[in-house]
Design a protein around this ligand. Structure first.
Ligand SMILES: [Zn+2]
Ligand SMILES: [Zn+2]
Length: 339
């Protein structure tokens, strides 16, 4: 449970283990017995106050897989015993112009799991049935968890690049989301080559193993320019360097809920002719829609995409978060709460 906003470097145990009573599902809600919950970089943004929770204390976690244990009286789609997933989108209003046009991720009343409502770093949670997804049988509890955010938002990011088969894709940052995008690209765009920019050699090595044709440090220059680049880093240097490596007409998609300020002065290096001219574009990714999540779950089961995972116990949540902060990770981190 998160009780305070703090600097993770100074306070290495921001989450506290506590006894909480089992929540009661409302009319259209499911009571979920949590099996696994993915650990996401966004949790660092919550703990460090860049996207603070709506209230404190709060239970973090938005890549949740578990079994329906109970249902509210008006639940129609699921029954006790069903295996479901919960993603970052906890609810949206359903009525605004965004919700009505397939862009519920942009809803002004968007509520996020584990930020605006209690999430999955717990034994139990509740969620409205309309915001829960059946988990395909092909995926284990631990494999499915990172697909719910890292995978689904990676899928959305890839859609937003507008990449065509044969075009060159760059990935700057190579964590949980990047490695799933690389798997996805290999299947959807078999003629496309993927280039990876990452600070840590461990991440570059992992990228080459998974089929990246080139992997270098953030400021290295690849042999060719990219048609699209997806940035999953919390920093600014990769943004500037990515713009430099884009081909004419190329698009940079920034998949980050917040950027940190530590290297913001790197933006001073932005040089219009080198980084922006020639119709280069920048687009950010915000949240996910339910369609992104369910489409990606089905794709991942069909391809199949097997994420590389490191499993921790619920009690080790602080350790897993700190490792994400220190980067140099390989794949995705998942908490196993029960099985
Ligand atoms: Zn996430
Ligand atoms: Zn709305």
């Amino acid at each position: 449970m998160m009780t305070r906003i703090c600097d993770l470097r100074l306070d290495k145990n921001p989450l506290e283990l506590s006894e909480v009573s089992k929540p009661t599902p409302a009319e259209r809600e499911l009571l979920l017995k949590v099996h696994t919950c993915g650990v996401c970089h966004t949790e660092l943004d919550e703990i460090e106050g860049r996207t603070p929770p709506a209230r404190l204390p709060i239970i973090l976690g938005h890549q949740v897989v578990g079994i329906v244990e109970g249902t509210g009286p008006r639940v129609k789609k699921f029954r006790p015993g069903d295996r479901i997933g919960v993603a970052w989108i906890y609810s949206a209003c359903g009525e605004c112009r965004f919700c009505r046009s397939g862009q519920e991720n942009l809803c002004p009343d968007f509520r996020a799991t584990g930020r605006d409502a209690d999430g999955g770093y717990a034994e139990f949670m509740t969620v409205e049935e309309d915001f829960a997804y059946p988990v395909p049988k092909a995926l284990s509890d631990a494999e499915a968890a990172p697909l719910l955010c890292a995978g689904a938002i990676g899928y959305r990011s890839l859609k937003l690049t507008g990449l065509q088969d044969g075009q060159r894709l760059g990935l700057t940052g190579f964590g949980a989301s990047g490695h799933l995008v690389l798997h996805l690209v290999k299947h959807r765009f078999p003629r496309s080559k993927t280039y990876v920019f990452a600070r840590a050699e461990k991440e570059r090595e992992f990228a080459r193993e998974l089929g990246a044709v080139w992997a270098g440090d953030t400021e290295e220059t690849p042999p060719e320019k990219m048609d699209a680049i997806i940035d999953t880093t919390p920093a600014w240097k990769p943004v500037v360097e990515a713009l430099r490596n884009l081909a004419a007409g190329g698009r940079l998609v920034i998949n980050a809920i917040r950027k940190e300020d530590a290297d913001k002065d790197y933006l001073q290096r932005l040089d219009y002719p080198q980084h922006l001219w020639m119709e280069k574009e920048i687009k950010s990714v915000a949240n996910v829609t339910r369609a992104d999540v369910s489409e990606f779950l089905e794709l991942a089961a069909a391809i199949p995409i097997r994420p590389e995972i490191d499993v921790y116990s619920l009690e080790e949540a602080n350790k897993a978060l700190l490792e994400i902060k220190d980067r140099g990770i390989r794949g995705a981190k998942v908490l196993r709460v029960a099985s």
